[in-house]
Design a protein around this ligand. Structure first.
Ligand code: DMJ
Length: 652
């Protein structure tokens, strides 16, 4: 098209508009340009883009936050010679925030390319609708992974010792071997190890250093009992399971995080004495026993010291919660007139006694011995221990008794304190025998069809309901019966086996084959939940714990079969592409998931299932006793890894 001219001979500069076809063309060109630019940035191959981004971050870290914030003016360069203190404060805050965020990114251990591929493969293969069959097929098709390629803890140890001849070799627990001779059992054990890897890798990817993982939302779970404080609950709770499974690379990542990051010093948190003790102190003590690494012992003592202010009560019975900064302690508002809870203050003995023995400081043992004395001397209604005790008056609160919630692990620690002491703590054994005898008489019942269960007792009335939490008691009764022959032995065996069978029934009577939080016995139903708030399953371990103990003590094949049923159900209903979740209603064919991977799933559920398919020599019950969070502690006099301090503690 030629230009047109006006009367003066100049070109006519009319503003002509574009035709709609031209407009489309221009828009298309612009859109293509935008896509190419963005695509170039985001769609480059991962190992190219990822590494580059990481390099840039590392450069940034080296260069320091000044990249983002202009450096402060040199003295004399500012107008007044002094900088505005508000500006200084703001800059420091900003610098700290940037440092933290960079730390978080750089701190998370990278998943090796191989691992990433494996996760992708597992996630692709995962199909929540065919859990059981898929596993069965996997057995046929997938070659059984051989022993881990990485060096074993023992080998690593030998090499380290060879390199550093001057250091005395520290004895470590050897987890090599301990496999069942039957190849089909080894396949099942490997399956549990793969589940652990899936749980750990996804925690690492989405919630590293935080307490727990939300697998569906792929982020940290800050509503857990430890809140949003970055205490690494899953790392500390799960690390001994990784160690036992010989997952050495993962173990080293966790150990490194604990050594560099774990501290309660600069946080202000209100911590539960009980939960902090069983998960953190318990986990760290086991790691110390396994490795002899002083770091674990020091961290365990550091945590225990933070809990000590809670024991400053007129009776020495500790409060439930302590503020880590101020030491101010209190009880839960809902707990019977300011009472402390039996299962909480009664579940400190194993950890605090052991801590005294390995540090040589008698203080910790004195604190729990004092609790023992109060409980020994107090009058017990019908020989039973109510769930609530007031720490100021030393009097019982509401007369509720339970082997489930609020009572459970107190009874467990009576027997286990005796076992841990090398069967010398007779006081504990006697208290255990007396308490369990009273429970059998007053609270254990048999259903119309012959199922043995343990009810709650509320003001002389039996509530024919059993908590999932009480399912550990099958193993506890059996352990008590197995370790001493007396008038109770036969009955305790019967109750131990019976309760374990009933807990299995509570699983078997659901379409998911996973058990409800609580189940009832009426004329109409047996071992089934009634209320909506009893129908959930949050990856709890107690039933698997009893399968494991009963397997070790009887070698009855059914316990392994039941454990395998549970593994298949977990795979079918609880596994997601990004970790494991609990279920909101086990009675639905395809239940909704709860979006929480509990730290006790790694600490307990997977550990007990792994041990169920291991040889009896792995964590032999003659040498180890499990705390209530499944952290094994050495038995005095029976286990060379007890590592008693050379200055013995003086408390009994
Ligand atoms: C764990 O933290 C411990 O087993 C505790 O004794 C009871 N509850 C959970 C698991 O269900």
């Amino acid at each position: 098209m030629l230009p047109q001219y006006n009367r003066l001979g100049g070109p006519i500069t009319t503003r002509r508009s574009f035709h709609s076809r031209e407009k489309c063309l221009i828009a298309l060109v612009l859109a293509t340009l935008v896509i190419v630019c963005f695509g170039g940035f985001f769609l480059l191959p991962d190992n190219f883009g990822g590494e580059r981004v990481l390099k840039v971050y590392k450069q940034i870290q080296k260069a320091g936050p000044e990249i983002f914030i202009p450096a402060p003016p040199l003295a004399g360069h500012s107008i007044s010679g002094k900088e505005d203190p508000h500006v200084v404060g703001d800059r420091q805050k900003l610098q700290e925030k940037i440092r933290q965020e960079l730390d978080d990114i750089l701190d998370r251990p990278d998943l090796a390319a191989g691992d990433r591929n494996k996760i992708a493969l597992m996630n692709n293969k995962f199909d929540s609708n065919d859990g059981g069959e898929k596993i069965a097929n996997q057995e046929e098709q997938v070659p059984v992974p051989g022993p881990p390629e990485e060096k074993t803890i023992d080998e690593t140890n030998k090499n380290n010792a060879a390199e550093a001849n001057d250091k005395p070799e520290i004895m470590k627990y050897n987890v090599d071997g301990h496999e069942d001779p039957d190849p089909s059992i080894r396949i099942k054990r490997n399956k549990v190890k793969e589940m652990m890897k899936h749980a750990w890798d996804n925690y690492k990817l989405y919630a590293w250093g935080k307490n727990e993982l939300r697998p569906l939302s792929q982020r940290a779970h800050s509503g857990s009992i430890f809140g949003s404080h970055e205490l690494g609950a899953t790392i500390i709770d799960g690390l001994d399971t990784l160690f036992i499974m010989g997952m050495n690379n993962e173990y080293e990542e966790g150990k490194d995080w604990i050594a560099r990051k774990f501290s309660l010093d600069n946080i202000t948190a209100e911590l539960s004495i009980f939960e902090t003790n069983i998960r953190f102190i318990g986990g760290l003590l086991t790691l110390y026993a396994f490795t002899g690494d002083q770091m674990y012992k020091e961290k365990a003592q550091h945590v225990a010291d933070k809990l000590l202010p809670a024991f400053q009560t007129p009776t020495g019975i500790p409060y439930a919660l302590v503020n880590t900064k101020t030491g101010i302690s209190k009880n839960y508002g809902w707990a019977s007139g300011g009472s402390s809870i039996l299962s909480e203050f009664g579940t400190l003995h194993l950890e605090f006694s052991y801590l005294s023995d390995i540090t040589g400081n008698p203080l910790y043992k004195e604190r729990v011995q004092n609790i023992r004395q109060v409980l020994k001397e107090i009058e017990k209604p019908k020989g039973l221990y109510p769930n609530y005790l007031n720490p100021k008056t030393g009097k019982w609160g509401q007369q509720h008794m339970s082997l489930g919630a609020l009572g459970d692990s107190f009874y467990e620690y009576l027997l286990k304190a005796w076992i841990q002491s090398g069967q010398t703590d007779e006081e504990a054994r006697q208290m255990y025998d007396d308490a369990m005898k009273a429970i059998v008489e007053k609270m254990v019942r048999t259903s119309n069809s012959g199922l043995i269960y343990v009810s709650d007792l509320k003001f002389d009335r039996l509530e024919h309901k059993m908590d999932h939490l009480a399912c550990f008691a099958g193993g506890l009764f059996a352990m008590g019966a197995n370790s001493r022959q007396n008038d109770n032995t036969e009955k305790f065996w019967e109750v131990g086996k019976g309760l374990t069978n009933t807990c299995h029934e509570s699983y078997d009577r659901t379409p998911t084959k996973l058990g409800p939080e609580a189940f009832r016995f009426t004329d109409a139903i047996e071992a089934r939940a009634l209320k909506a708030q009893e129908k959930y399953y949050i990856l709890r371990p107690e039933t698997y714990e009893s399968y494991f103990i009963l397997w070790r003590l009887t070698h009855d094949q059914k316990y392994r079969d039941w454990g395998w049923e549970a593994i298949q159900a977990l795979e079918k209903h609880c596994r997601t592409p990004h970790g494991y979740c609990g279920l909101k209603n086990v009675y639905m064919e395809d239940p909704q998931k709860d979006d929480v991977q509990q730290s006790f799933f790694l600490a307990e559920s997977l550990k007990y299932l792994y041990l169920l398919f291991s040889d009896d020599s792995l964590l032999s019950l003659d040498e180890w006793v499990f705390n209530t969070e499944a952290h094994p502690l050495p038995i005095k006099g029976a286990n060379i890894l007890y590592r008693q301090a050379s200055t013995p503690s003086t408390a009994p």
